[in-house]
Ligand binder design. Structure first.
Ligand SMILES: Cc1cc2nc3c(=O)[nH]c(=O)nc-3n(C[C@H](O)[C@H](O)[C@H](O)COP(=O)(O)OP(=O)(O)OC[C@H]3O[C@@H](n4cnc5c(N)ncnc54)[C@H](O)[C@@H]3O)c2cc1C
Length: 472
């Protein structure tokens, strides 16, 4: 028997990178906001690599900061290393990459949510979006609690009707074996929304004591005066190195020999012929190195010895994943703590959205993040911020924020999603914007700062864009 609980101005479903930005924006704009997550302990979890930024993506992070979002500040506060990339004469190619402490990032973002006025956090499974006459009226939880609201932001990431697989084993589960739900996509489909299936693969993780780092190249961070956020002060950086390891041809041969021993590849990635094809799926700052067969060993945090392996994405049987790892110099005695896995899930066809990220079909229903077919924390956070601002604008009858593809990479991303849809998945790259030379990581405030002030999310501060050595 359903029971009614409480009314909110804005309800956010999902506390990943999209949901966190959406909730903070809506509540800071004065809306009584409620954010749901399947598990409070996984707020702002990074299921993939422990880093933020890189080409294209660092534009998004700086734009989030210019509009008054949180990702840049939290990344600065929890980082273990920061680097500046200046590989090209083209200004748009310059980028920043932060290695963050995965757990500290989660805890810091969670604390910001917990301490935010107007914002409540609840752990519950949402099964149904309630709609009357084409307008959102609320949501229903698995326990039949009903929360009323005229605005709902869906930011459910990789969880809807999700299946994970490793080798021949496949089960209904979200990332890292978390809970999944089929009811929510059924509820949305019955309202007339169209979905596609989507897949991503992640890499194994290892214990650092089992690695011979002498056989690898250490990559150190930049030491002075480099921050993501215009509000940050870079004095505290610990600067832990990451390591580059060469992947010999033998590793690629093992991968190619066993590629069909994975249910994931057989079922979902129809055209894949070899591992070399697979690596081309991934847009990455180390793309060149990965294609040239190198991998990156990224420490997960200051209080753990687990490391993430970037560039070895696969869903092969664990025994073969170990064989792959052991074929890499420095990994002869490696201990694999977690195997890589593949996940497939429902995503919304984003051509059903308008520029505000509200669905065209249902008034008051906004969607943001990986549910819209993007991949990446930065893409998710950027959309979450826009959906949060626009959901609060909806409640307060303010003019919505529609970013132009000429003033931001966020605008380019949203325009691409809603006009072109997603043949594969969408990842922002430095050449995503056709007029890329105009949009730099050091001029985001001049393009977007006023918009941040207008919605009350950005406060004036002295540092602006001039306070950072690497801004020029
Ligand atoms: C295996 C894997 C591999 C990846 N590989 C890459 C990669 O190669 N490159 C890259 O850039 N990115 C990669 N990512 C993607 C990146 O992690 C995501 O794009 C990003 O985290 C998405 O953020 P989000 O906020 O949209 O959703 P998520 O971070 O997935 O958060 C979703 C939130 O929704 C909540 N939720 C879901 N359903 C419900 C419900 N019914 N009721 C209540 N709460 C609910 C969850 O609890 C969670 O809080 C990968 C992710 C995974 C899982």
């Amino acid at each position: 028997m359903a029971f009614e609980v409480m009314d909110y101005d804005v309800i956010i479903i999902g506390a990943g990178h999209a949901g966190c930005e959406a909730a903070l924006a809506a509540s800071k704009m004065g809306c009584k906001t409620l954010i749901f997550t399947l598990n409070v302990d996984t707020i702002a979890l990074m299921p993939f690599n422990p880093s933020i930024g890189g080409p294209g993506k660092s534009h998004l992070v700086r734009e989030i900061d210019a509009l008054g979002g949180e990702m840049a500040k939290v990344a600065d506060q929890t980082r273990m290393q920061i680097r500046y990339f200046d590989h090209s004469s083209c200004p748009s190619q310059k980028s920043i990459l932060c290695q963050v402490d995965r757990i500290s990032y989660q805890m810091e973002m969670r604390l910001r949510l917990e301490r935010q006025e107007n914002l409540d956090i609840k752990q519950a499974v949402i099964e149904e979006i309630l709609v009357e006459d084409g307008k959102v009226t609320g949501i229903r939880t698995k326990n039949d609690a009903i929360y009323h609201s005229h605005v709902v932001v869906l930011a459910t990431g990789t969880f809807m009707a999700a299946k994970i697989s490793v080798g021949e084993v496949s089960l209904d589960a979200g990332r890292q074996g978390e809970m999944t739900t089929f009811s929510l996509s059924n509820s949305l489909s019955s309202l007339g929304l169209q979905f596609n299936r989507f897949q991503v693969v992640t890499s194994p993780r290892i214990h650092r004591r089992s690695v011979d780092f002498k056989k690898m190249t250490a990559i150190e961070g930049e030491y002075d005066n480099l921050d993501f956020s215009s509000y940050s002060d870079s004095n505290h950086i610990p600067q832990v190195p990451v390591y580059l390891a060469h992947m010999p041809q033998n590793t690629v041969d093992i991968m190619n020999r066993h590629v069909k021993a994975s249910l994931f590849y057989r079922s979902f990635i129809k055209n894949i012929k070899s591992y070399a094809d697979d690596v081309h799926f991934y847009s990455d700052i180390f793309r060149k190195d990965i294609v040239d067969c190198s991998i990156l060993i990224e420490p997960d945090g200051l209080k753990t010895d687990e490391c993430y392996i970037r560039g070895l994405h696969n869903a092969l049987p664990p025994k073969i994943q170990l064989e792959l790892l052991q074929s890499i110099p420095g990994f002869e005695k490696v201990e694999m703590t977690r195997a890589g896995y593949g996940i497939e899930f429902d995503i919304l066809d984003p051509t059903q959205l308008n520029h505000t990220l509200e669905t065209k079909l249902i008034k008051g229903l906004f969607t943001a993040g990986q549910i819209n077919g993007t991949s990446g924390y930065e893409e998710a956070a950027a959309q979450g911020l826009i959906a949060g601002i626009n959901s609060a604008s909806f409640v307060k009858c303010l003019e919505p924020l529609k970013l132009d593809s000429y003033d931001s990479y966020i605008g380019v991303m949203i325009d691409d999603l809603i006009t072109k849809g997603i043949p594969n998945y969408y990842v922002t790259e430095s050449n995503s914007a056709s007029h890329e030379s105009k949009l730099k990581i050091n001029n985001t405030i001049s393009f977007l700062g006023d918009k941040g002030y207008r919605y009350g999310l950005r406060v004036y501060n002295d540092s602006m864009e001039g306070g950072n050595k690497y801004n020029g």
